[in-house]
Write a protein that binds this ligand. Structure first.
Ligand code: GLP
Length: 238
């Protein structure tokens, strides 16, 4: 059963998540971090950056990436991770990977990413947000619970939700590369954050509903070490 902590707001959640990550780093200064994108992890990155941890030896892997954006697009997750996590945290860019960033062909990119994670010794702590469809990473409903990093098609709901980051809804890519649910479950520790009432159904399903591919976040129930950090809105249907 996941540990669920209800906090006042996103800032308090960020502080708590940062303290969990700090603890992991105390035990293992060369820990491997799993980074998430979207608006949810931003307060965690800010809180962690304020603590000025020494992350020189840390390696990191992003959860997911859009497929089909022009190289260098500011909303590619490669650019977002560089701007919102790598720079403020002082991570070594050479030690940070995003799916599909190895310059190789798209075919096989998922398997190559899985190999890179395995060669790094696996992910020690994975940050997760959750989409309104219940997706984690970009594992939309219907994703295999055992899936590995692969290409997926985004749902219309997710494309609409993410349109706020783009100039027009049509610009939101239709496909992505995402760590699979199996990949996420192989991380040694998970921290799932969610804020606001719009996430309440997804959070309730993930924490208390049946473990089902219809609500991919529910796989967290199969993991032995999960901390769910939510505000009152996101907790309102628990
Ligand atoms: C995005 C990302 C997810 C993220 C989720 C929630 O599409 N691929 O990793 O957790 O949707 O986004 P937000 O945090 O902006 O609500």
């Amino acid at each position: 059963m996941a540990e669920v902590v209800i906090v006042r707001d996103a800032e308090a959640a960020g502080e708590l998540a940062a303290s969990v990550i700090e603890q992991v780093l105390r035990d293992k200064p060369d820990a491997v971090l799993g980074l998430a994108t979207g608006s949810t992890p931003l307060t965690t990155y800010a809180a962690l950056a304020a603590r000025r941890p020494d992350l020189a030896a840390v390696r990191a892997f992003a959860l997911d990436e859009y497929v089909g954006l022009p190289e260098g697009h500011p909303q590619s997750y490669r650019a977002v991770i560089a701007r919102e996590a790598v720079a403020p945290l002082g991570l070594d860019p050479a030690k940070v990977r995003v799916p599909g960033d190895d310059g190789g062909p798209l075919a096989g990119a998922g398997d190559r990413y899985e190999r890179a994670i395995a060669e790094a010794g696996g992910i020690d702590v994975q940050l997760l947000g959750i989409g309104r469809t219940g997706h984690i990473g970009f594992n939309e409903p219907g994703s295999s619970l055992a899936s590995s990093t692969r290409i997926k098609t985004l749902t219309e709901q997710t494309r609409r939700d993410n349109a706020r980051f783009f100039d027009s809804p049509a610009e939101v890519p239709k496909h992505c590369l995402t760590q699979g649910l199996g990949t996420i479950l192989r991380s040694r520790r998970l921290i799932l954050l969610a804020f606001g009432e719009a996430k309440a159904d997804a959070v309730a399903g993930a924490v208390e509903g049946p473990v089902t591919a219809s609500l991919p976040g529910s796989v967290i129930q199969l993991h032995p070490e999960v901390t769910v950090i939510v505000d009152e809105g996101a907790a309102s249907r628990l």
